[in-house]
Ligand binder design. Structure first.
Ligand code: ADP
Length: 392
């Protein structure tokens, strides 16, 4: 059965077509600059990558081109072969603790939650509307980035603010990257050969979050009401003293929009280093002796260690620490500094394995008290799996 996994951005559309249940990727690609000049798309079939420049006015047009490519490359003989389409949605609020089949009520809830994910939720709806027109026979589903974190207890997800702000305004911790945390924790349980595990999963990319996962269920996560909480990220500040916000708005005469922009786009690694939000540039800066890059890296690593230590205590121990996403999978220096910072817990690095890149591998030493693994994440396959489960 063929299932399409879709991630729609405001001007982009990423897709992977799977043969399920084998989880074989038949074609993958991305449409970029939709609705903007100089739009193009790239597709990958049988390891071969093709880039084409084309006018893309909207997402519906992108889906239509995708259909042409599927037919022209004999990946499908008829559109009816695509039985389901799974869509990534960033914010599902308290409404959704699992993936669901799309209907008008689901769409209106995703829309209602747009204030919490203004760049992502509206784009997902645009994608779903286009799919309804282009793929009238497919079952459409949505997979929420927040769903995995809905198992957190009230004492964990509430902020110590007036109690009724949660029911009145939805102010609480929702977390994000849930699909990734779920994927790597499932895979970690396979590696460990048991399901009753205590895991700390570190999704460290441009956006970054850490989760504490007990027996397959999330008990805590570092992101909050929005993705700007917890860890220091590429350009987001993560946890700060909340009172800094009104203080600096007053002092520097900033509007709410300006302070929000600074905390999300000009802070984090970029804000401290003054160089870049990309960890590769920070690593280069460190090599070149740039003190501010050294400082940014130290702060970034320190915060990750703090969260791992906190979740170690909360879980009452830890069976494995997992690294995933761009930095977690690729930056040996970051992983090494994190593991060395956890030496008090008996964590020891395996330098040889840790120097491998983007591979599933144990990066801690044989005698490390907590095994640490790199598990490359695969959010797309999780979306395909959930969609397949509705149809099979
Ligand atoms: P997001 O999905 O949040 O945009 P990614 O998971 O793609 O982020 O991660 C992007 C980050 O991963 C960037 O900081 C980038 O520098 C880092 N990264 C990617 N490849 C490497 C690499 N080979 N070495 C070090 N860092 C890398």
């Amino acid at each position: 059965m063929k299932i399409l996994s879709v991630n729609t951005g405001s001007s982009s559309l990423k897709f992977q077509l799977y043969e399920m249940p084998e989880e074989k990727v038949l074609i993958s690609g991305v449409f970029e600059r939709i609705g903007i000049k100089e739009s193009f798309y790239t597709i990958k079939i049988n390891g071969e990558k093709i880039k084409k420049e084309v006018d893309l006015e909207n997402h519906k047009q992108a889906f239509k081109i995708l259909v042409d490519e599927l037919l022209n490359n004999n990946i499908v003989d008829s559109l009816k072969e695509i039985k389901g389409i799974g869509n990534r949605v960033v914010q599902g609020g308290s409404y959704f603790d699992s993936s669901v089949v799309v209907d008008e009520e689901v769409i209106s809830k995703i829309d209602e939650l747009s204030a919490l994910a203004p760049l992502h939720n509206p784009a997902a709806i645009v994608g779903i509307r286009a799919e309804q027109e282009v793929f009238p026979n497919a079952l459409l589903t949505v997979v929420f980035d927040t769903a995995f974190h809905q198992t957190m207890e009230e004492e964990t997800y509430l902020y110590a603010l007036p109690y009724d702000w949660c029911s009145k305004y939805g102010i609480r911790k929702y977390g994000a990257h849930g699909t990734s945390h779920k994927y790597v924790s499932l895979r970690a349980n396979e590696i460990l050969g048991k399901n009753d595990t205590k895991l700390i999963t570190c999704h460290i990319g441009n956006g970054a979050s850490i989760s504490a996962v007990k027996n397959g269920k999330c008990i805590n996560t570092s992101m909050g009401l929005t993705p700007n909480a917890g860890l220091i990220m590429g350009s987001r500040c993560g946890d700060i003293d909340a009172t800094i916000v009104p203080y600096i708005m007053d002092k520097a005469g900033l509007s709410t929009k300006e302070i929000d922009n600074i905390m999300n786009k000009q802070s984090g690694l970029l804000g401290i280093s003054g160089v870049s939000s990309d960890s590769r540039d920070i690593e280069q800066g460190i090599e070149d002796g740039n003190e501010r890059c050294v400082l940014a890296h130290k702060m970034f690593v320190r915060r990750i260690i703090d969260y791992i230590a906190k979740y170690y205590v909360e879980l009452g121990g830890c069976d494995a620490i997992i690294f995933t996403a761009g930095i977690g999978e690729n930056s040996k220096d970051t992983r090494k500094d994190i593991m060395n910072g956890l030496s008090v817990l008996g964590v020891k690095v395996d330098d040889e394995n840790n120097s491998l890149r983007g591979k599933e591998v144990r990066v801690s030493a044989e005698d490390s008290k907590i095994p640490c693994y790199v598990i490359p994440t695969d959010e797309e396959v999780m979306i395909a799996r959930d969609t397949y489960d509705f149809i099979k």
